[in-house]
Design a protein around this ligand. Structure first.
Ligand code: ZN
Length: 313
């Protein structure tokens, strides 16, 4: 994935550590994000408050006495991991061009356990999907591919060809911009190549009325509410007819092998979300970092048990 920072450049690790040297500097940043126009009490709407000395990261409303923690409602709330570690993890995830494994993060942050590093990364990954994000629009290439599953015992399973045995079926869409560059993308793991499944992906990820370009796959026939052009020219290879979605797929496969040594079925959608997040924000560090922290503020607390139990296939 390209690591060009067109609009801004991430702070160096040293500069970032200077900007957020302790939990208090992180808490003040969260307070500034939470109350961009100054404090507002969620209980009574009062605008005066003071920071409590006796309770960490907590402000008390001068009018009604309601206490608000700056981490309330965020994944950081009641976490034993220091805020500085959350912030540095978000910085690393946002500024690293390819992403980082839990093992690497554990080493870089000096965390005591692998589980903590894994959970932290997974929670940040969860914050990558904006609720109510805008679907793709305009001309959109849509296609499917398969990627091999990684199992616990073996790095990568699954043979060659289109058979989904030992593999995961991935469907993807990419916006085509006017100057023939790729725009935003979406990726999802799906059960099969059936018409309902693939049309369901389009319906969930592209604005009605968009122009959907596919290959000759008959599953897309009858795609209602969209303009649909199946592209087939003799035996011409799909990567020539659908260059951008194939570029996305090949980058995804390289990334999955390079960073994570293959993806496991259980959490594959989270990793697809991370890839989409990185692709869609590949030119803007600040947007990526703010999104991680901004969304993090909106996310509710989620336990390790809940996280490891989801997306079971
Ligand atoms: Zn109040």
């Amino acid at each position: 994935m390209p690591a060009k920072w067109k609009h801004d450049r991430p702070l160096s690790r040293i500069a970032f550590a200077k900007r957020f040297p302790d939990d208090r500097s992180c808490a003040l940043y969260l307070a500034a994000k939470r109350w961009q126009d100054g404090f507002v009490c969620p209980e009574c709407g009062g605008v005066k408050a003071w920071e409590l000395g006796s309770k960490k990261f907590t402000w008390e409303c001068a009018a009604c006495g309601h206490q608000t923690s700056v981490t309330a409602g965020t994944v950081m709330h009641q976490s034993k991991v220091p805020l500085t570690a959350w912030f540095m993890a978000a910085h690393i995830v946002a500024s690293h061009s390819n992403g980082i494994s839990a093992l690497q993060l554990q080493a870089q942050l000096g965390l005591g356990s692998y589980k903590t590093a894994w959970l932290l990364l997974h929670k940040l990954r969860r914050a990558m999907v904006a609720p109510g994000r805008d679907p793709l629009t305009g001309d959109v290439e849509v296609d499917e591919t398969t990627i091999p599953c990684r199992t616990k015992e073996e790095p990568v399973a699954g043979g060659q060809g289109r058979s989904p045995i030992g593999k995961m079926v991935i469907v993807g869409g990419v916006e085509l911009l006017e100057d023939n560059r790729p725009g935003r993308i979406r990726l999802a793991t799906v059960r099969d190549y059936q018409g309902d499944t693939l049309k369901g992906f389009v319906a969930a990820n592209a604005v009605r009325g968009s122009h959907i370009w596919t290959d000759g796959n008959s599953s897309y026939i009858g795609l209602a509410n969209y303009e649909h052009t199946p592209r087939t020219i003799g035996n011409m290879a799909a990567h020539i007819l659908m260059p951008w979605i194939h570029r996305v797929f090949s980058n995804l496969k390289r990334w999955a092998l390079g960073v994570y040594h293959g993806l496991r079925k259980k959490h594959v959608q989270r990793y697809l979300d991370e890839f989409v997040f990185r692709w869609n924000r590949r030119h803007s560090y600040r947007t990526a970092f703010d999104r991680l922290l901004g969304l993090t503020v909106c996310q509710s607390h989620m336990s390790y048990r809940l996280l490891v139990g989801e997306h079971t296939c």
